[in-house]
Design a binder for this molecule. Sequence first.
Ligand code: 9UX
Length: 72
Amino acid sequence: APRTETLHIEGMTCASCSSFVEKALSRTPGVLRATVNLAAEKATVEYAPNQIDHAGLKAAVEQAGYQVFEPD
Ligand code: 9UX
């Protein structure tokens, strides 16, 4: 079954940034749906856990040029 995860993304300063991250996540294999809220600095990602995991989602964001904030 699909899972939904919220990622805290840092470094997005305009609507083009959030649009870019949204597209990057949406094109990532295993991602079913991704929406990014610029003001909230959050991405909501629905994904297939047998195809991608949290680390993979984080890597996709980082490859797009942004950071994922991970609280300790
Ligand atoms: Mo907006 Mo983001 O001009 O890297 S696209 S700041």
